[in-house]
Design a protein around this ligand. Sequence first.
Ligand code: NAD
Ligand code: UFG
Length: 342
Amino acid sequence: MKILVTGGAGYIGSHLCVALAEAGFQPVVLDDFSNSRPAVIDRLAAIIGAPTPVAIGDISDAAFLDRVFAEHEFAAVMHLAGVKSVAESCRLPLLYYQNNIGGTLSLCAAMQRAGIRRLLFSSSATVYGAAARSPVREDAPLSAANPYGRSKLMIERLLADLVAAEAAHLPVWRVAALRYFNPVGAHPSGLLGEDPLGTPNNLVPYIADVALGRRPHLNVYGNTYATRDGTGIRDYIHVMDLAEGHVAALRYLLRANDGGYFVWNLGTGRGSTVLEVVAAFVRSSGRSVPCVMAPMRPGDVAESCAHVGRAQAELGWRARRDLDEMMADVWRWRSANADGMR
Ligand code: NAD
Ligand code: UFG
């Protein structure tokens, strides 16, 4: 069964391709390589043991999408392509609305033309906004504080509208929004991992840079939160667990023909503080990671953890890998690929 993975050359998409292949599906990557490198495709082939077909282009290009859908028969589309930096979205809101919302509209229209109505979408815990109480359930109130978050929220709403509108006119859409918490880690082969351009914004890539001696220290953004050591708590999830969660959600969508809009949190349900992540990284790498206490980062919350009961009950999936395994895999990837795939 062929599955189209938009953004399949990216950090999460490439790991998803591995999980799909392991589960017996044939992933087909669609990517414009705007934030990834063609070398990913060779590495996927090395892990999977067979080439992964690739369609190079932009999801906003309707004629390109029509060609891809004419060439392959897909059972479903997993839609990960998009731009994802909160800070950049505040500087370049039009890019975020065009790429994320415009791109999703273009993709859904092409799917409709091709008669494909099973779609999984990469959403984010950011749609719960700052007021959410951890562990946050899928039915918590939604809000967003920046253009990136608003783009995810608007896409969720447009997908729900699409499902509702079509329900009265069979055949119907079967759509899932997967709300990721904090994906970290890398494939255990050391061949795939997160490869951010420039200075990393996120905690774990930054820690790895410090351990490699590329940056003098980690700035710990705030140590007076009401948490066990004063630093922020997040629900870090191994990217391979996240990928396997997608496969479970895909199976759920493929299991029936009736329409529906589904939402699942993908997290572990367990939170770690910044200092706990640093300690796990030091244990796994044997390197030192000097830390400097810094002011809280604007927009950060004290704690963000998933309530994972719905995914466990409905998908029969739960995250299995612990923080030490996440950090060991990051270190294997980064120490062997200090410059990523460049
Ligand atoms: P990534 O940047 O590594 O991957 C995105 C991929 O999409 C890249 O390969 C990029 O080249 C491609 N792409 C971007 N715009 C495109 C377009 N218009 N047409 C075709 N390809 C395009 O990001 P990631 O971390 O793998 O994230 C994947 C998805 O998951 C994104 O939608 C992101 O918003 C979402 N997400 C990520 C995180 C996280 O922490 N990484 C958290 C929550 C949600
Ligand atoms: N942190 C530091 N120092 C750093 C980077 C991060 O102390 O150099 C801290 C943050 O303050 C936070 C934790 O590490 O407490 C995690 O920060 P990340 O930037 O790795 O992750 P966030 O939870 O802040 O952000 C993630 C995604 C965003 C998304 C957001 C809300 O990266 O895209 O979750 O869901 F919008």
